[in-house]
Write a protein that binds this ligand. Structure first.
Ligand SMILES: NC(=O)C1=CN([C@@H]2O[C@H](COP(=O)(O)OP(=O)(O)OC[C@H]3O[C@@H](n4cnc5c(N)ncnc54)[C@H](O)[C@@H]3O)[C@@H](O)[C@H]2O)C=CC1
Ligand SMILES: O=C(O)[C@H]1O[C@H](OP(=O)(O)OP(=O)(O)OC[C@H]2O[C@@H](n3ccc(=O)[nH]c3=O)[C@H](O)[C@@H]2O)[C@H](O)[C@@H](O)[C@@H]1O
Length: 452
C-alpha cells in the first residue's frame, strides 16, 4: 500500500519507518527542510532506540522516502496526519494551526477514494472540523490516535496494546476501517485488539489515557510527600499497592514528576475541554494533578537547598540527566532541567550531564553549564542530583564517584539508585518520599551540619 506520513517528528518518523518495515511504500513529509534532508539520507534526526536501523533499511529498500513537497503525496492511498499539536501560547488549549495548515496543504493533492487518518493528539471536535475541510473531495477520514512512548517507540509501534479507529457510521467510515485494516494487517494478524468508535470517542480515548497516567503519577508523588512527613517509604508503599492487580505497579514510580512533549500539554488540553463543556469537576481534578506535578519539581529543588544547609548560593551542583526520561534526546518540559534551572536561579553553579541532550541544553539553557563527560561533570561537586535515570548513571561506581566530588551527597530524584550501595561507599543518600530527612519542618542532617 502507498502511504504518506505528514509531520516527521518523534511520532511521524517512527510511524513512517515502522510502516515501511511492514512492507508498505511510505513517503514522509515535513516543512523542516533540514530534517527532511537528514531523513532522505536514511539517517535519524533524533535519538530513538531501533529507529536508525529501520530508517536505513527503508532507505536501502527504496520503500521509505521523504520530501518537503506536498505534490509528492498525490498517489498515496492513505495519508497519516502526525504534525505537532502543542499547547497554545495563551492558555491551556491546543494550538491546532499546524494540523489545519497541514490539511490545507494536502487538499489540492489528495485523490478521491483516498483516506486521511489523524494520528496527532487533538481536542474533541477536531476530527469534525477536518471532516468539514474534506467535504466534496471524495476522501474518507478516520482518527487513529497513537499511544507509543518515546524511548520504546519502535517496539510500541510494532506491538501496540490496542488500535483505535474513530470513524463516521456511514460508507466512508466502513471504507476507512477497511483501509486501516490493510495498513495494520501484520498487527491484527498477531491479535492486537481493534476498537472502532466515533470521532469524539477516539479523540477522548487518547487524551483521557494521558491524563489518567498523569493522575496516577501525581497520586503517588503526593503520597510520597506524606511518606516523607511521617517517616514512611513510598517505594515500598507503591510496590505493595502495585501487587493489587486492580491498582497495578506500572507507571507508579515516585520521584521528580512527569514531563515531556505530551503528558503536560495533553493534561492541560483535557482541562480546557472539560471546562468548555461544563464539566468543572474534571477540570478541577486535573488542575490539582498539574499542580502536584509542579510541586514535585519544586519539592526536589527545595530538598536540594535544605541538604546544602539552607542555601545553594555558590555551591557546585551536578545534575545527572537533562532529557525528560531516558533513551530519548527530548528535553521538552524536562523535570531535570526545571529543577536545575530553579537551583541556578538561587545562585548555584549547576553543571548538567546527559548522554544525548547536549546541543539542546547549550542553546536553550545558558544559565546551566553542560558537560558531556560524566567524570568531569562530577568533579568537585558539593552535591549531586540524579534527575533522569539513564542506565549510564545507574551503573556509576559509588566509590569511584565519591572520589570525584567534594562532598558525597546524592539526591536521587528518580529513586533509581541502589541506596545501600551508595551509603556503603560513604554517600549521604536521599530518595524522594523515603524517610523524614527531606520532610518540611524537620531539621536536615548531613551537609547542613557540615556546612554550618
Ligand atoms: N512524541 C510522542 O511520543 C507522541 C506524540 N503524539 C502526538 O503526535 C503529534 C506530534 O508529536 P511529536 O512528533 O512529538 O511532535 P514533533 O514536534 O516532534 O513533530 C512535529 C513535526 O511536524 C512538522 N510540521 C509542522 N507543521 C507541518 C506541516 N504543515 N506539514 C508538515 N509537517 C509539519 C514539524 O516540522 C515537526 O517535525 C502530537 O499531536 C503529539 O501529541 C502521540 C503519541 C506519541
Ligand atoms: O501521547 C504521547 O506522546 C505519549 O505520552 C506518554 O509517553 P512519553 O511522554 O513518551 O513517556 P512516558 O513513559 O509516559 O513518561 C512521561 C513522564 O513520566 C515520568 N514517569 C513515568 C513513569 C513513572 O512511573 N514515573 C514517572 O515519573 C517519566 O520520567 C516522564 O517524565 C504516554 O506514556 C504514551 O502512551 C503517549 O503515547
Amino acid at each position: 500500500m502507498k502511504i504518506s506520513v505528514i509531520g516527521a517528528g518523534y511520532l511521524g518518523t517512527v510511524h513512517a519507518a515502522t510502516l515501511a518495515s511492514m512492507g508498505h511504500h511510505v513517503i514522509g513529509l515535513d516543512t523542516d527542510a533540514a530534517r527532511i534532508e537528514t531523513l532522505a539520507r536514511g539517517a535519524a534526526p533524533f535519538h530513538e532506540p531501533g529507529l536508525a536501523e529501520l530508517l536505513q533499511d527503508g532507505h536501502s529498500s527504496g520503500r521509505l522516502t521523504f520530501s518537503t513537497d506536498p505534490a509528492r503525496l498525490a498517489d498515496a492511498d492513505v495519508h497519516f496526519l502526525c504534525v505537532g499539536t502543542p499547547q497554545s501560547k495563551t492558555g491551556n488549549d491546543t494550538d491546532l494551526s499546524f494540523l489545519l495548515s497541514a490539511v490545507s496543504a494536502l487538499l489540492p493533492h489528495v485523490r478521491p477514494g483516498a483516506v486521511v487518518v489523524g494520528k496527532s493528539t487533538v481536542p474533541v471536535g477536531t476530527a469534525a472540523i477536518v471532516a468539514q475541510m474534506l467535504l466534496g473531495t471524495g476522501v474518507a477520514l478516520a482518527w487513529n490516535p497513537e499511544f507509543l512512548r518515546q524511548g520504546t517507540a519502535v517496539q510500541d509501534s510494532l506491538a501496540p496494546d490496542r488500535l483505535v479507529y474513530g470513524v463516521p457510521s456511514d460508507a466512508k467510515g466502513t471504507q476507512a476501517c477497511s483501509m486501516l485494516d490493510v495498513v495494520y494487517a501484520p498487527l491484527l494478524a498477531r491479535g492486537t485488539p481493534r476498537l472502532v468508535t466515533n470521532f469524539a470517542t477516539a479523540e477522548l480515548i487518547k487524551v483521557s489515557a494521558n491524563a489518567f497516567l498523569a493522575l496516577k503519577l501525581s497520586y503517588v508523588n503526593a503520597v510520597g510527600q506524606l511518606c516523607e512527613q511521617v517517616g514512611a517509604d513510598v517505594i515500598q508503599l507503591s510496590q505493595a499497592l502495585g501487587l493489587d492487580e486492580r491498582i497495578g505497579g506500572r507507571y507508579f514510580h515516585a520521584g521528580v514528576g512527569f514531563g515531556g512533549g505530551c503528558l503536560p500539554k495533553d493534561l492541560r488540553s483535557f482541562r480546557a475541554q472539560a471546562h468548555r463543556n461544563g464539566v468543572e469537576s474534571l477540570d478541577e481534578m486535573l488542575s490539582l494533578v498539574d499542580g502536584i506535578n509542579a510541586d514535585a519539581r519544586y519539592h526536589t529543588a527545595e530538598a536540594a537547598v535544605r541538604l546544602c544547609g539552607g542555601s545553594v548560593r555558590g555551591r557546585a551542583i551536578t545534575v545527572l540527566g537533562a532529557t525528560f526520561k531516558p533513551n530519548t534526546d527530548d528535553i521538552r518540559d524536562s523535570p531535570a532541567l526545571d529543577v536545575a534551572s530553579q537551583l541556578a536561579a538561587q545562585g548555584a553553579h549547576v553543571t548538567v550531564t546527559d548522554p544525548q541532550a547536549g546541543d539542546h541544553v547549550w542553546l536553550q539553557y545558558p544559565q546551566l553549564t553542560f558537560q558531556s563527560d560524566v567524570s568531569l561533570a562530577l568533579r568537585g561537586a558539593d552535591m549531586v542530583l540524579l534527575l533522569t535515570q539513564w542506565p549510564q548513571f545507574l551503573s556509576l561506581d559509588p566509590a569511584l564517584t565519591a572520589a570525584l566530588v567534594q562532598r558525597p551527597v546524592m539526591l536521587d530524584g528518580r529513586n533509581a539508585l541502589d541506596a545501600a550501595a551508595w551509603q556503603a561507599a560513604g554517600w549521604e543518600y536521599h530518595g524522594i518520599g523515603r524517610g523524614q530527612v527531606l520532610a518540611k519542618n524537620v531539621p536536615s542532617a548531613g551537609l547542613s551540619q557540615a556546612a554550618a
